[in-house]
Design a protein. Structure first.
Length: 223
């Protein structure tokens, strides 16, 4: 099987972290340098960087560069992730975890965190396809979790988020999708991000809870 540029880039960054040449918050090489190192086109490198950004492995800031995020919160399958679960269990877990995570993010997010969250919001709103919107939706929620600056909570979030990649979740999510519902999610996302930028922990908690209740209703019907 051919190794993708994104896979090779992940390996390159992980090797640099292991060697001590990169750490959380470090600026990574430019697209041109990565293209030379990986022997790949600039277009392929740019696509790989976009994939890693959606996964929460890197953050990109216009005019400043691209920076390494926390690899210990690796969104690949964490040890002990439950492979047997249901959309109802996933939503119940999200409702317990994410509102409090949003409140913590409102208190602890750095300016760089806020910029990355706003970037994910803008990219989601500008998405042309269902798949692209879903990818940036996931990236936005993980960016908020990372902004809480609590490693254990981020690990719990990633474990929960992997369960969302199960086929049963993707199937029910796609069946429930509609332009009207997407507009509703975009509006909710905007309200959550506004609360975070205002450092209003109570509003961030309540707006995240309201958003997730809306998602649960759309996916599963009324509780």
């Amino acid at each position: 099987m051919e190794t993708t540029v994104a896979t090779r880039l992940r390996g390159l960054l992980e090797e640099a972290v292991a060697a001590g040449t990169l750490g959380t918050g470090s600026k990574i090489p430019t697209e041109r340098a990565l293209s030379d190192t990986l022997q790949a086109s600039r277009t392929a490198v740019r696509a790989a960087l976009a994939e890693l950004e959606r996964e929460g492995r890197i953050t990109r800031h216009v005019g400043r560069g691209t920076f390494l995020a926390e690899l210990e919160g690796d969104p690949s399958l964490p040890s002990g992730t439950p492979l047997q679960t249901s959309p109802a269990e996933i939503m119940a877990t999200r409702l317990v975890l994410e509102p409090e995570v949003a409140a913590l993010a409102a208190r602890h997010a750095t300016q760089a965190d806020v910029e990355h969250i706003e970037h994910c919001l803008r990219r989601g709103d500008a998405s042309a396809t269902y798949e692209e919107f879903e990818a940036w939706d996931s990236a936005l929620h993980r960016a908020i979790a990372a902004a809480a600056h609590n490693g254990l909570l981020l690990r719990l979030f990633d474990t929960m988020n992997v369960a969302r990649d199960l086929p049963v979740w993707g199937s029910i999510k796609r069946r429930s999708a509609s332009p009207e519902r997407r507009r509703g999610y975009e509006r909710c996302h905007g309200e959550i991000v506004a609360a975070l930028t205002e450092r209003d922990a109570d509003a961030a908690r309540e707006r995240m809870r309201a958003h997730l209740v809306d998602v649960r209703t759309n996916l599963l019907g009324s509780p």
